[in-house]
Design a protein around this ligand. Structure first.
Ligand SMILES: [Ca+2]
Length: 287
């Protein structure tokens, strides 16, 4: 029976997902703005801020970013950036720990006036406006500009004064970013490199001279995960609309082959053989 127990244990192990774990992690704090507050700008500069929002507003002037109670997508608050009367662009941001090139970035957006940008950055210089872009989305009357890892495209403008769900599914090793607006694929980018990971998220008016926008954000989420196409939410989207989406670079068929099924079949065969052999042996002993 000892051998049978070992075989059963091996079968159980084989049935578990093989290889690495597929831990997913929320990388943004207070994404729903339910703390009811956005930290006022730091008078000295743009401090590193994890887990909560802070307004960027170098120099003097009234704050243009606030947690508002209307419009709100969910809960009691949403985050609003109002630069309708600003001279310079203003925005809110927070920094991101453990950024990965495999992520699903989602937020709700209520567009009323002007232009706004939502972006994921690496190596932001926190002052002169220099950074390496992971993903940038710019919303205006003329369209929705979507760029990622050096490529960009234009999608349709969002209708005003209604909540829209914006989502970007990125897979660095597979070299793609997919923009979904209200659940429908609005564009796919297939860059040649994916050499940046999100370190900072910025929402608002990023122009030197203000774009005089009024935008409200809610339920901002950035789910990072270990890069592995077998666990990719983007992969499901690819197969659903394969014609519009790029081929994977390289041949991942070997990597994706479900070797655990072979292991289960072999072990199950071994178990059957063992039990048949044992039954025959005990019946031989009886006779
Ligand atoms: Ca909320």
């Amino acid at each position: 029976m000892k051998l049978a127990a070992i075989l059963i244990a091996l079968t159980t192990l084989a049935l578990l997902p093989t290889g690495r774990g597929y831990a997913k992690e929320e990388l943004i704090g207070d994404g729903g703005f339910e703390s009811g507050t956005i930290a006022p700008p730091d008078p000295v500069g743009q401090p590193v801020t994890y887990g909560s929002w802070i307004a960027d507003q170098p120099g003097a002037g009234p704050s243009v970013a606030a947690a508002v109670t209307s419009p709100v997508f969910a809960g009691a608050y949403a985050g609003q950036v109002d630069t309708r009367t600003s001279e310079g662009g203003r925005f809110i941001y927070q920094d991101i720990e453990r950024g990965t090139s495999c992520f699903v970035w989602t937020f709700q957006l209520y567009r009323e006036e002007g232009k706004n940008t939502a972006e994921l950055l690496q190596d932001w210089d926190r002052g002169m406006g220099q950074a390496r872009f992971v993903t940038a989305l710019t919303f205006s009357d003329s369209g929705t500009a979507f760029s990622g890892w050096g490529l960009s495209l234009n999608a349709a403008a969002l209708t005003k004064e209604v909540w829209h769900e914006i989502s970007v599914e990125a897979d660095g090793p597979a070299l793609n970013q997919t923009l979904l607006i209200d659940g429908a694929v609005a564009g796919v980018i297939a860059p040649t490199v994916a050499d940046t990971v999100p370190q900072t998220i910025i929402l608002g008016d990023v122009s030197g001279v203000a774009d005089n926008g009024l935008y409200t954000y809610d339920d901002v989420s950035l789910i990072g995960r270990e890069c592995d196409s077998r666990a990719s939410p983007a992969a499901a989207t690819r197969s659903a609309s394969a014609s519009a989406l790029p081929r994977l670079r390289g041949d991942e068929r070997g990597a994706n082959f479900p070797w655990w099924i072979v292991a289960v079949v072999l072990i199950a065969g071994g178990l059957i053989f063992f039990f048949v052999w044992r039954r025959r042996r005990s019946s031989n002993q009886e006779s």
